[in-house]
Design a protein around this ligand. Structure first.
Ligand code: ADP
Length: 255
C-alpha cells in the first residue's frame, strides 16, 4: 500500500542568539492510509517540532516530507490538526465553533453546514448545538474540537497531546471515545503523547523517539486479539502490559 505520509531523513535545529538547539536527527518513517501511529518520547525531545514539520508550519533543514507521493508544498492532501487545548470560542455556539474552519477556508456551503449537523448528531452533541462551550463537559469540548477538525474531511489527522488538559477519569473516557470515532471513520492519524498507556491503547504502531535531538529509537507494531478493539478493551487485555513494558524499557534506555 502507498503511504499517505512519508518522512525521509528529517533534520531540524532551532537557532537563537543563545545558539543552536538541535531538535530532530535523521527521522524517517511512513504512515499508511487508515493507520493510527503514536509517537512517544521524553518531554522536550522534539515531538511537537516533528508535527509542525509534517503539517508544513516549519520547514526541515534537511530531508523530505511527502504526502500521497508528492512533496508537502505541492500536495493537495488535507491535514487536520488537534491540539492540547480545544480553542473553542466562548462567544460562539458549539455549532458555530464547528463551522469555524469551514469559514476560514471559504468552504461554507449548504452541504458543509448539513455535514456539520450530521457529525454533531452522530457524535452525540446535537442537543448542544446552540450551547456555549462553557456549558459542555471537558470531554464534550474535546469532541466538539474533533468535529470542527473532521468537518473539513482531513485525509490525515495530527493530534498533539489532545487529552493532556483533561483530568485522569475524563481522559480515559475521551481517549476511548475519540479513538473509536477515528477508527470508525477509518481516519489516518498521528498522535503525539507522553502517555504510554494512551499510545498503546490507540495505535497500530508506536514510534519511540530518543531524548533530544530526537531520532527514531524503535518502532513497535501493536496488535490485540480482541473482538471489539477499543482503547478501553485494550487497556484490560493481557497484551497491554507486554507492549507497555517494551516501550517503557526502550524509553528508559534512551533517556
Ligand atoms: P516535545 O514536543 O517533545 O516536548 P518540542 O518539539 O516542543 O518537544 O521541543 C524540542 C526542543 O526544541 C526543546 O528542547 C525546546 O526547548 C526546543 N524548542 C522548541 N521550540 C523552540 C523555539 N521556537 N526556539 C528555540 N528552541 C525551541
Amino acid at each position: 500500500m502507498e503511504p499517505i505520509l512519508e518522512l525521509k531523513n528529517i533534520n531540524y535545529a532551532y537557532h537563537s542568539l543563545e545558539g543552536e538547539t538541535k531538535a530532530l536527527t535523521d527521522i524517517s518513517f511512513s504512515v499508511c492510509p487508515g493507520e493510527f501511529v503514536s509517537i512517544v518520547g521524553p518531554s522536550g525531545c522534539g515531538k511537537s517540532t516533528l508535527l509542525s514539520i509534517i503539517c508544513g508550519l516549519i520547514a526541515p533543514e534537511d530531508g523530505q516530507v511527502n504526502l500521497n507521493g508528492k512533496a508537502l508544498r505541492d500536495s493537495t492532501t488535507n491535514i487536520g490538526y488537534m491540539l492540547q487545548h480545544d480553542h473553542l470560542f466562548e462567544w460562539r455556539t458549539v455549532y458555530h465553533n464547528v463551522l469555524l474552519g469551514l469559514e476560514i477556508r471559504h468552504m461554507l456551503t449548504d452541504r458543509s453546514r448539513e455535514y456539520a449537523h450530521e457529525l454533531l448528531d452522530l457524535y452525540g452533541l446535537k442537543q448542544f448545538e446552540n450551547a456555549k462551550p462553557s456549558e459542555l463537559s471537558g470531554g464534550m469540548r474535546q469532541r466538539a474540537a474533533l468535529i470542527r477538525t473532521l468537518v473539513l474531511d482531513p485525509d490525515i489527522l495530527l493530534l498533539d497531546e489532545p487529552f493532556s488538559a483533561l483530568d485522569y477519569q475524563t481522559r480515559l473516557s475521551v481517549c476511548d471515545d475519540i479513538g473509536q470515532i477515528l477508527r470508525d471513520a477509518h481516519k489516518t492519524a498521528v498522535l503525539v503523547t507522553h502517555d504510554l498507556s494512551e499510545a498503546v491503547s490507540m495505535a497500530d504502531r508506536v514510534i519511540i523517539l530518543t531524548a533530544r535531538p530526537a531520532a527514531v529509537a524503535k518502532v513497535v507494531p501493536i496488535t490485540f486479539e480482541l473482538e471489539e478493539d477499543t482503547p478501553m478493551n485494550r487497556r484490560n487485555a493481557p497484551e497491554f502490559k507486554h507492549y507497555f513494558n517494551i516501550i517503557w524499557k526502550e524509553l528508559n534506555t534512551n533517556a
